[in-house]
Write a protein that binds this ligand. Structure first.
Ligand code: SF4
Ligand code: SF4
Length: 228
């Protein structure tokens, strides 16, 4: 599959997810930003899509903001969603990982505004809540939406198999280096060197038995994209 086709499918996945969230009664609005923490993760395909979409001045501004935050603590995943699914299926323990929203806001957030909102990665899109987190202090997400989120995370990782997943800060800075971007487009990106983890293909979808019937129409739409 060509790189352009992968990018096209990524945006189709975003659109399918948006049609799901549009059907929900959510408190989420642009400029509502309690969920915008420095712990957001994304795939190398999403980072490339973002970097490719910005003009040079905006890209430099974004990278400067991210660079100024590199000494701060942030969530750096040790395994991907697809590896987690495989380990769970085998009954294996998951690695202990720390992720604390109090580590601080996303480095891009400025005056409650996300400067890349239309281009934001899936991990930002799937932070949803039925009530305002700013009032309650937590996200109120129904169980089925958690299942839908994990389906999309697994499928987006599968689309970028051969690429990497990592924290927003780490992956953007890593891929901003020309030699790394070239290596990624040639399918030979080193993940460890950038504090990233290797993406895996999708082997087992994490769908609880009680959600399988309701999830079927979404799965059919994903299958029609023809890459799973
Ligand atoms: S998840 Fe919470 S903080 Fe984030 S947009 Fe939705 S309501 Fe706002
Ligand atoms: S990229 Fe934008 S939407 Fe995502 S966490 Fe940062 S400010 Fe929020």
């Amino acid at each position: 599959m060509t790189f352009q086709r992968k990018l096209q499918i990524l945006h189709q996945l975003y659109d399918i997810y948006a049609s799901y969230t549009d059907s929900l009664d959510l408190a989420c609005r642009q400029h509502c930003c309690r969920c915008c923490t420095r712990n957001v993760t994304l795939t190398s395909l999403e980072a490339t899509s973002l970097l490719d979409s910005l003009d040079p001045a905006d890209k430099n501004r974004l990278l400067r903001r991210v660079q100024s935050n590199t000494s701060l603590e942030r969530y750096q995943p040790r395994i991907t969603t697809n590896e987690m699914a495989e380990r769970c299926a085998r009954g294996e323990a998951l690695p202990e990982e720390s992720c604390d929203p109090d580590w601080g806001p996303c480095p891009l957030l400025e005056n409650r505004n996300c400067p890349i909102y239309p281009l934001r990665p899936f991990a930002c899109r799937c932070l949803i809540s039925r009530s305002s987190c700013e009032k309650t202090g937590y996200a109120d997400v129904d169980e089925f939406s958690l299942t839908v989120n994990s389906i999309f995370l697994q499928v987006i990782e599968h689309l970028d198999r051969g690429g990497c997943t990592g924290n927003f800060t780490d992956i953007l800075l890593y891929l901003s280096k020309l030699e790394h971007m070239r290596a990624y487009r040639q399918g030979r990106l080193e993940c460890n060197a950038g504090n990233l983890v290797r993406n895996r293909s999708l082997k087992i979808l994490m769908i609880p038995p009680g959600h399988r019937t309701t999830a079927a129409p979404i799965l059919q739409r994903l299958q029609r994209l023809g890459f799973t």
